[in-house]
Structure formats: structure tokens, C-alpha cells
Design a protein around this ligand. Structure first.
Ligand code: SF4
Length: 133
């Protein structure tokens, strides 16, 4: 599910994902997107490119700083790299390892059904805020 998928006249796709994250003052939005939504933007781009679009721009728009969307552009030439990066990111799961996150935080863990009982981290660790990106 994406917030916006627009087919541009030149055959490229524009994907917009709105984010309601609370932002620390001066947060580096590019670093934040890469840390928290890097998998997501690669999947969006790969889906658009594999779906037949000639290119794809993925924009993450934080509502607190809506005039500074974080943009990444991809072309069909990026498909092998996107696949390789996603496979590397999913390597643990693909290998059957389901380890807890090395840096738990509330943004990641709040909706996790394993948090109350199954996770090996204490609740204060899975409930903490991460330092600003
Ligand atoms: S609560 Fe534990 S298992 Fe769930 S996402 Fe966080 S670190 Fe992973």
C-alpha cells in the first residue's frame, strides 16, 4: 500500500509516502529515511520499475517539514542493485534467523506483537526513543 502512486507523462512513476513522525529539531531527514525507511523506498522503487515504469522517484514527505521531501530517483538500470541491496537487508530472515533488532526503539517496536513477552529486550529498551538521526 502506498499513499500516492502517480504515473508521469514521461513513463516514470512518482511514489509519495507521507510520514507523521515526530522530528527532533535539525533532524537529518535523508539519514532518517535511510535508517527507518530504506527498505521501504527500495521496495517501492523496485515494484514500480518491475511494474513497467521507465523510472521512479520515491518521495518521503514528513508532515512536520512538508516543504522538504526526501527524494530518491531510480531507473531500470538500478534494478539489479536494488535487488542486491534488498537481498542483503533480508539476508538474516532469508537464512531463517529471526534475531531481535540490535537497536530497539519505540518507533520500531511499538506495534510489535512480540514486545510484551517474547522479545529478549527489556520494555524500557523497546520503549525508548532513538537519538536524532
Ligand atoms: S520488540 Fe523486540 S522483537 Fe519486536 S521489533 Fe522490537 S526488538 Fe524486534
Amino acid at each position: 500500500v502506498v499513499d500516492v502512486l502517480a504515473a508521469e507523462a514521461d513513463g516514470t512513476a512518482l511514489v509519495v509516502d507521507y510520514k507523521s513522525d515526530r522530528l527532533e529539531p535539525g533532524a537529518d531527514l535523508e539519514a532518517l529515511v535511510e535508517r527507518d525507511y530504506g527498505v521501504q523506498r527500495r521496495i517501492y522503487a523496485l515494484a514500480a520499475l518491475e511494474g513497467g515504469h521507465a523510472g521512479c522517484e520515491v518521495a518521503h514527505a514528513f508532515l512536520e517539514r512538508a516543504d522538504e521531501p526526501v527524494r530518491a530517483s531510480y531507473t531500470r538500470e538500478d534494478v539489479p542493485r536494488l535487488r542486491a541491496e534488498l537481498e542483503a537487508m533480508a539476508e538474516g530472515v532469508l537464512a531463517g534467523r529471526f534475531e531481535v533488532a540490535p537497536e530497539p526503539h519505540i518507533g520500531l517496536c511499538a506495534g510489535c506483537p512480540g514486545r510484551p513477552a517474547m522479545c529478549s529486550w527489556e520494555l524500557d529498551m523497546t520503549g525508548r526513543a532513538l537519538p536524532p538521526a
